[in-house]
Every structure is written in structure tokens, then in C-alpha cells.
Design a protein around this ligand. Structure first.
Ligand code: ADP
Ligand code: ASP
Ligand code: MG
Length: 406
């Protein structure tokens, strides 16, 4: 018995039948004596549909308007779920992000939560009602609706769990937990019983979309007990928690892939102080996050600079980067959107040598060329041609022997 936050993803609420099933799961938790806050996503495919409606009008829609548009998908599900609960005889109320006091900065389409006023939820729970919250959205200080980036309903759930000091946050989704690789790509991927916040943060940031990376940030910062489970199948799921000794024994816990990145290369850049500051300063001003950066060894005072940005942000920086390239007398700008970043993640890497070498050899054996490399204490990432991404993930999964035994 206690306070639980549940989150149901798009597939879990993908039809009226499924919304009714979700209402039953919430009702069960109530019957067991728990207070329940349920965060819901838009019905599967709805957010994509809303985005494509705007793209029928323009390639570069205003982000404030996009946020109002995208936030509507979650509101539909929240209201329907509350109606389903009420019809079953369980008092329930649905709320938007603003109504439950989720305040954010004003970075439209990728807003960060700055404060949560948990009072409206507490009051409703005290009245004996189930609270259903539309995920993925909040309100900025100037009263505009904001959204948290794709997959952001997880973040609503974990942030509410932190603000309410919930006893447990369960992310209900369409797979049985967090796996050693995407189970839809790697058939013998192993379900992880436990994963550390740090590993999960890397995996989520590097393409394992089963959890939104900001959700993991919140869970780690506020020590939220976080469980990832299937909506459809019984099972123990995956507990995301603090690192323990058993986790350190495993060198590589997971392999991930992110195909939503693009590589920009500025050729023939004069190699002198201030150039990188100028290029990346302008990109930062456009609110775009740069991930990997490579600068070639300069020959005769000329170099190439390559870097990656989220694929969806190319149109925001392309014009600016071309302008700077011209200003500094560089050769030109090329853009490659068919890249993928494959990564291996594991806390055990900290105490093992040769992990990166094994990754590079494995890719070489498959004749896959590595375009960029980046490392941290617990991960190694390589940028490769996207057409080899599935092959690379399977080969790495095999090489580090992290799958289920056949
Ligand atoms: P939801 O709609 O419930 O939020 P998502 O589609 O956002 O669900 O995330 C679940 C999906 O994440 C799975 O269907 C799976 O294909 C994908 N996925 C990628 N990497 C992993 C992983 N390592 N473990 C589990 N699922 C993963
Ligand atoms: N509906 C949003 C998306 O599709 C948010 C979410 O599902 O978490 O990205
Ligand atoms: Mg999701």
C-alpha cells in the first residue's frame, strides 16, 4: 500500500479497448489500497499524425504552435482513461500538465521541468480520486504550453513521482523491461533484472527509447524507485536503481543504436584560434545540442571539422553553418543524414581494458567503417553508415556475449 505513479505508453493506450484494459490495471492497484497517479501518452501514432498535419503546411512550423498541437494527443487519452475509470465506478479526474502544476523553461519542443507544485494532485488524491495526467507537457513562465521532446511522458511520470515522493514509479510499456539490446532488433536480447541509473541514462541517451533520458535523470537525482514492465504480460520487469556489486561484474550490459543523428562536415577550415568557438557558439545560439565533434589533424594550416546534431535539428543550423563557412573562408559544408551511432554501455568497463578495441575489431570483421568515435567511463560509441546499424548491433551483442543462451 502506498502512492504509486503508473505511466502507460502509446501502444498500451492504442485503442479504446486498451484504454479500458489500462483502467482495469489502475483499478486493481486502487483495490489493493494504493493511491494512483496515472500518466498517459497519446494513442500510438497520434503524435506523428499531429506533426505530419503541420508539415502539410510548412517545413519549419513555429515551435510554440507545435507544442500546443502535440500536447493535444495526451489530453485525449487522459480524458478517455478518466471516463473509463468513472464508468467502472472509480472516481477519477484527468488533468493537463499545467493543471497539475508542471512548470518548465520556455524551450519549446524540448522543455525542461523547473518546478512542480504537487498540491493539486495531493488534494485530488485526498478526495479518494485517481489522478490521470496528460504526459509530455507543462507550462512555461509566460503561460505557453510546452512539451518535453519525443518520449517525454516517461519524464512526466518520474518527475511527478519525485515531487510526490511516491513509493514506486512503474513505466508500463510494450516490452517486458529493459533489455541488453532492442528486443525488436535482437531476438536473443536478455531482459535485465536490474540496471543502474548511470547505465540506464547512457542507454536512454544513446537510443534505447524504452525510457526518456530526462526521466532517468530525475530518477537518479531524486532516488525514485523505477520499474519498467509490460502492460500486456505478467513479469518482474526491470528495476532501475543504484549501482551494486553484481552490476560491476558485467563488462557490457547493453548495446544501443541511435539513427536520429546527422553529421555535418565543414571542409578546408583555416586552422586558427577562435574558429571552433565561432561555429559552435552560433549552433548553441540556435538552441541545438552538438554531440560528437572531430577535427582532423591540420595540414598546411587547413583542417576539416565534423560534428553530429539531432537529425530533426539540421534545418535549424544548416543555413547558419553555411554562412559561417563562407565567412571564415572554408571549403563548404556537407550533410550526411544516413548515419547511426552504435554504442556499448556497462559500468564494468571502468575496470576492464580492451573493451573499445574489441568493439572496433567486431565492426571491422563485419567490414563496417567507423566514421567517428566517442567514449566515456561507461560507454563507447561509434558513428557508422546507418545501413549497417542492425548488423552492427547484432554483431556487438554476439561479440560481448550478453544475449540469452539458446
Ligand atoms: P512507450 O510507447 O510505451 O513509451 P516506446 O516505443 O517509447 O514505448 O519504448 C518501447 C520500445 O523501446 C520497445 O518497443 C523497443 O522496441 C524499444 N527499445 C529500444 N531499446 C530497448 C531496450 N534496450 N530494451 C527495451 N526496449 C528497447
Ligand atoms: N506522445 C509523445 C511521443 O510520441 C510522448 C510520449 O509518448 O512519451 O513522443
Ligand atoms: Mg516511450
Amino acid at each position: 500500500m502506498g502512492l504509486m505513479v503508473h505511466k502507460y505508453g502509446g501502444t498500451s493506450v492504442g485503442s479504446i479497448e486498451r484504454i479500458k484494459e489500462v483502467a482495469k490495471k489502475i483499478a486493481e492497484a486502487r483495490d489493493e489500497g494504493n493511491d494512483v497517479v496515472a500518466v498517459v501518452s497519446a494513442m500510438a501514432g497520434e503524435t506523428d499524425k499531429l506533426i505530419s498535419l503541420a508539415s502539410e503546411i510548412t517545413d519549419l512550423p513555429d515551435e510554440r504552435e507545435m507544442d500546443l498541437l502535440m500536447s493535444s494527443g495526451e489530453r485525449v487519452t487522459a480524458a478517455l482513461a478518466a471516463i473509463a475509470l468513472q464508468t467502472m465506478g472509480y472516481p477519477a479526474r484527468s488533468f493537463t500538465g499545467r493543471q497539475v502544476g508542471i512548470q518548465t523553461d520556455d524551450a519549446h519542443t524540448r522543455a525542461r521541468i523547473t518546478h512542480i507544485d504537487a498540491e493539486p494532485i495531493r488534494k485530488t488524491l485526498e478526495e479518494g480520486k485517481v489522478v490521470v495526467v496528460a504526459g509530455f507537457q507543462g507550462i512555461s513562465s509566460n503561460q505557453n504550453v510546452t512539451t518535453f521532446g519525443r518520449g517525454g511522458s516517461d519524464t512526466t511520470a518520474v518527475a511527478l513521482a519525485a515531487a510526490l515522493k511516491a513509493d514506486l514509479c512503474i513505466i508500463y510499456t510494450d516490452v517486458e523491461g529493459v533489455f541488453s539490446a532492442d528486443p525488436n532488433t535482437v531476438s536473443n536480447a536478455r531482459k535485465l533484472d536490474k540496471v543502474s541509473y548511470d547505465e540506464m541514462l547512457e542507454m536512454a541517451s544513446l537510443g534505447a527509447k524504452v525510457l526518456h533520458n530526462r526521466a532517468v535523470e530525475f530518477a537518479k537525482k531524486y532516488d525514485v524507485p523505477l520499474l519498467v514492465k509490460s502492460t500486456f504480460k505478467e513479469g518482474s520487469g526491470t528495476l532501475v536503481t543504484n549501482e551494486d556489486e553484481s552490476m560491476e561484474k558485467v563488462v557490457v550490459s547493453g548495446v544501443t543504436c541511435d539513427k536520429k543523428q546527422a553529421k555535418l562536415t565543414i571542409a578546408l577550415v583555416p586552422d586558427k584560434p577562435g574558429i571552433a568557438g565561432k561555429i559552435f557558439g552560433q549552433i548553441a545560439n540556435a538552441g541545438v545540442v552538438v554531440d560528437m565533434i572531430i577535427q582532423n589533424v591540420s595540414t598546411a594550416g587547413i583542417t576539416d571539422i565534423s560534428f553530429t546534431v539531432p537529425g530533426g535539428d539540421v534545418s535549424k543550423v544548416e543555413g547558419e553553418v553555411k554562412k559561417i563557412a563562407e565567412e571564415i573562408g572554408a571549403g563548404g559544408v556537407t550533410i550526411n543524414e544516413s548515419i547511426a551511432k552504435v554504442s556499448i554501455v556497462g559500468v564494468g568497463m571502468q575496470s576492464h581494458s580492451g573493451v573499445a578495441a574489441q568493439m572496433f575489431q567486431t565492426l571491422a570483421e563485419e567490414n563496417i567503417n567507423i566514421q567517428m568515435i566517442s567514449t566515456s567511463e561507461i560507454k563507447v560509441s561509434c558513428v557508422i553508415d546507418s545501413k549497417y546499424s542492425e548488423l552492427a548491433v547484432r554483431a556487438l551483442h554476439e561479440s560481448f556475449k550478453i544475449g540469452e543462451d539458446d
